[in-house]
Design a protein around this ligand. Structure first.
Ligand SMILES: [Zn+2]
Length: 301
């Protein structure tokens, strides 16, 4: 009766899997992590996930279910991974074996959507129900929530706002839109531009731009143009109250990306009277794990 509602959140990343026991306020009561790629492939990864889940709930009542955030594309209804890019799990059912072993509800969610759900539940989106999040890491992920509901399209695909058109004459992207945000402003893009400029990685590009070196200044100026265009497009399409920026790059370069967004917002008319805020994500790498658990805890039976 007094058992507190708990859920397990699983965040499947390209390199690691994080699993946590989460309470209804979003606090992490216990957590474990291990590499995504196990020698025994998908089956071993699933066996390890199940083992950790059992350990986390051992001796505790109140666990309501398990949420799994995973890089898409996914077949959410069937629980199947369709993603051919990040892991070797394409075509494998992620939900069924965990459900059978644990005897609990298991919900699959796109990792970017899970991160946004986490930030809204107890991070930079708390109290906001019309909100967009961009995650700048190796690639650029994104998610949209309107009236507290994650926006999904045909076949449950989510809007790939990390691949919105951003700059004219931009480089080619695998998404089919040349000059999209990711091909200009992601970690991978920065790495490529750093190599072209004979610099050691993304951090050096920002440092060289600060020293006024023309090649690096041009790279940053293109990123900032992409940020302006993306913020303007997101605002026109979704009319959000807040844009949250997360991902590894934001830990050091948040202002570099946020300032041009605020700048374009300041010049825009036809905005809602409350305005549009830009905010830094607060939950870091835990957002996806917390959000996946929240998907379970927020479910109405
Ligand atoms: Zn793209």
């Amino acid at each position: 009766m007094s058992d507190e509602a708990l859920a397990i959140g699983i965040d499947v990343g390209g390199t690691g899997i994080a699993i946590g026991l989460i309470d209804s306020s979003g606090s992490i009561l216990a957590r474990e992590e291990f590499p995504t790629r196990c020698p025994g492939g998908f089956d071993e990864s699933i066996a390890r996930i199940i083992k950790v889940c059992r350990r986390l709930v051992a001796g505790r009542a109140g666990a309501r279910g398990i949420g799994v955030g995973c890089p898409g594309p996914l077949d959410l209804a069937a629980g199947v991974v369709l993603n051919p890019f990040t892991m070797d799990w394409q075509g494998r059912n992620l939900v069924q074996p965990i459900h059978e072993a644990m005897g609990m509800t298991v919900i699959l969610e796109n990792d970017a959507d899970a991160a946004l759900i986490g930030e809204v539940a107890c991070g930079a989106g708390n109290g906001v129900d019309k909100i967009v999040m961009l995650t700048f890491g190796t690639g650029v992920g994104g998610a949209v929530m309107i009236d507290g509901v994650v926006v999904r399209g045909a076949a449950d695909e989510h809007p790939e706002i990390g691949h919105l058109f951003a700059v004219g004459d931009g480089p080619k992207c695998y998404c089919g839109i040349d000059g999209c945000l990711e091909i200009v402003a992601s970690g991978e893009a920065l790495k490529r531009r750093a190599a072209e400029l004979h610099l050691q990685g993304a951090g050096e590009v920002f440092a060289a731009a600060e020293r006024g070196e023309p090649g690096a200044v041009e790279v940053i100026s293109q990123i900032q143009q992409a940020c302006r265009m993306t913020a303007a497009t997101l605002i026109r399409v979704y009319c959000p109250r807040r844009i949250v920026l997360g991902g590894g790059i934001m830990e050091h370069q948040y202002e570099m990306y946020a300032a041009p967004m605020r700048e374009v917002i300041a010049g825009m008319t036809m905005l809602p009277p409350c305005g549009v805020e830009v905010a830094k994500a607060m939950l870091g790498n835990d957002a996806g794990m917390i959000g996946a658990a929240m998907r379970v805890l927020q479910q109405r039976s």
